[in-house]
Design a protein around this ligand. Structure first.
Ligand code: C2O
Ligand code: CU
Ligand code: CU
Length: 545
């Protein structure tokens, strides 16, 4: 296996050298020529090499790219092709949501709004292809949700108008263009949607947090770049099936990012905005994984702060954490890392091929230099001198009322594979097909099971949040951190909209289908591995009035 991968990597380097002229001659030489001009070289951006982490983390400010926009009225949003210097000195074609408010221009703004407020926006499609925005995690009527059926053509417009019913939390928005979600999201169409409420303000106040200073939204994405250093999205048939992986890791669109911190607590609102990569996150000093405190998950604050030393984060999921940088001395570095794990793509149904499982075969065929489950760095925190501030966290963060499950209807959701694509209850997505009906106001328990011969799938619901009741038959790397009862890990606590289901596992979730929108409402449930979603690992369900 290893030999095969090495062989492949060698072939990859040779191909790059051929495409970029004498690029191989530069390979491995000093870093000064690496950052701008000349052929693109991967090594200076390799996230495995700690010494590469030298670029200042992009932190959202009051306008511009990823600027924080406090929504104060109707927004006109334009989805347009633009460019962005993802790698220093190298512009990449990039897709951006452009808008303005109070005379300030924003690209991919971090939208911030109060719980209970009305949100009104129009989307103008200035792209050459269809698109639509989905508000990930928000409870909206189906017509406001960005269902793939709402996709608008080039030149089209879509009007959104809904009340933000969600509690405070870290949500996000991204393209949901029918069968184009993966490529468009990868090429830029995604950002945060922050909802504020009293609980959130209480935590911010207790910890003296300030958005953009000590409260940092942090979207993690893996990308590939071509020989010119331009963003590359070119999945082979196999990558389209398994998911597209990058080999350069961006935090807030900054490769190999570093952020100076003082010895105090920082809130990091972690969002996995990657197409297919799962991260096993830990804060590491030297060889030691330091403690951090989880305060929230997908749908806002959890009840009690929970201290852990690692957590999985799958595509679409959020994890709100407090990290105390005072665990290191000034002058020391801490790395937010993705630790090694078993990608569990090893026992695919294909089997055969000289003893390789399908997953191994796929890894060998991946164009990414960074296989799923490899260890690498995401962000360097360099601790500088400053006043030691010890966090005074409220003992209770918020209330998460358990969904009452007495008498709840049970529903089986079976993931499987057939004809080179992943299926839900044996189905592949058909726009006009409703997989099942749910009664408005009903509480259901979904048992989502993933066959042992498969791969991990982050399963996501639109329109509602759920609570994870139980995890059964988890692999050892999950079971070993499952100290929250019923096999649950820290990522399963609180209100969720996305849950990672590992091969062999069954995850039971409770969903309350109460809402007050008129008539029937049709939403999707899908895998948030975006290549899987586009390939049809998605179903419609209808909530009947
Ligand atoms: Cu974030 Cu339907 O997805
Ligand atoms: Cu969503
Ligand atoms: Cu999947």
């Amino acid at each position: 296996m290893l030999q095969r991968r090495q062989l492949f990597q060698f072939a990859g380097v040779a191909a790059v050298a051929a495409a970029g002229g004498a690029a191989w001659m530069y390979y491995g030489s000093g870093r000064s020529t690496a950052l701008a001009g000349g052929p693109f070289r991967h090594y200076p951006f390799d996230p495995v090499a700690a010494e590469n982490f030298q670029q200042k983390l992009f932190i959202p400010v009051g306008s511009g790219p990823f600027g924080v926009l406090d929504v104060a009225g109707p927004l006109k949003i334009r989805a347009a092709a633009a460019s962005f210097p993802l790698l220093p000195g190298r512009e990449s074609p990039f897709l951006l949501y452009q808008t303005e408010q109070a005379g300030k221009a924003y690209q991919n703004p971090i939208l911030r709004i109060e719980s209970g407020a009305r949100f009104t926006a129009s989307l103008d499609n200035a792209l050459k292809e269809p698109t639509i925005i989905h508000w990930h995690g928000l409870h909206t009527p189906a017509a406001m949700d960005g269902h793939p059926a709402s996709t608008i053509g080039p030149g089209g417009r879509y009007d959104y108008d809904f009340t933000v019913r969600n509690r405070g939390g870290t949500y996000w928005y991204h393209t949901h263009a029918h069968e184009l979600t993966a490529e468009q999201a990868y090429n830029g169409l995604a950002s945060f949607f922050l909802v504020d409420d009293d609980d959130q303000r209480r935590v911010s106040k207790a910890l003296d947090l300030q958005l953009g200073v000590t409260d940092l939204p942090l979207v993690i994405q893996d990308k590939q770049f071509d020989a010119q250093g331009k963003l590359l999205y070119k999945p082979s048939v196999h990558e389209a099936m398994m998911g597209w992986l990058g080999d350069i890791v961006l935090a807030n669109l900054t490769p190999n990012a570093v952020q100076a911190v003082t010895p105090r607590s920082y809130r990091l609102r972690l969002l996995n905005g990657s197409n297919a990569r799962i991260y096993r996150l830990a804060f590491v000093k030297g060889k030691t994984a330091l403690n951090f405190t989880v305060i929230g998950t997908d749908g806002g604050l959890i009840e009690l702060p929970e201290t852990v030393s690692e957590a999985f984060l799958a595509p679409g999921e959020r994890l709100d954490v407090l990290f105390d940088a005072g665990q290191a001395q000034p002058g020391e570095d801490i790395f937010l890392k993705s630790l090694a794990f078993d990608a569990m793509e090893n026992e695919g149904p294909a089997g055969g091929m000289g003893g390789m499982g399908m997953g191994q075969m796929m890894a060998a065929m991946s164009s990414s230099r960074l296989p799923l489950g490899a260890e690498f760095n995401v962000l360097k925190l360099s601790v500088t001198a400053g006043e030691r501030v010890v966090a005074n966290l409220p003992a209770t963060l918020s209330q998460v009322k358990p969904i009452r499950t007495e008498g709840a209807a049970q529903r089986k959701i079976e993931l499987s594979m057939g004809q080179m694509r992943f299926l839900i209850n044996g189905r592949t997505f058909k726009m006009d097909e409703i997989a099942f009906d749910v009664k408005r106001g009903a509480v259901e328990i979904w048992s989502i099971s993933n066959p042992a011969l498969g791969m991990p799938h982050p399963m996501h619901i639109h329109g509602f949040s759920f609570q994870v009741l139980e995890r059964l038959n988890s692999p050892p790397q999950v079971a070993s951190t499952a100290r929250f009862g019923q096999g649950r890990t820290v990522s399963d606590l609180g209100w969720k909209d996305t849950v990672l289901v590992w091969p062999g596992e069954t995850v039971r979730v409770a969903i309350d289908f109460a809402h007050d929108y008129p008539g029937d409402q049709t939403y999707v449930f899908h895998c948030h591995n975006l290549e899987h979603e586009d390939a049809g690992m998605m179903i419609n369900f209808r909530v009947q009035a």
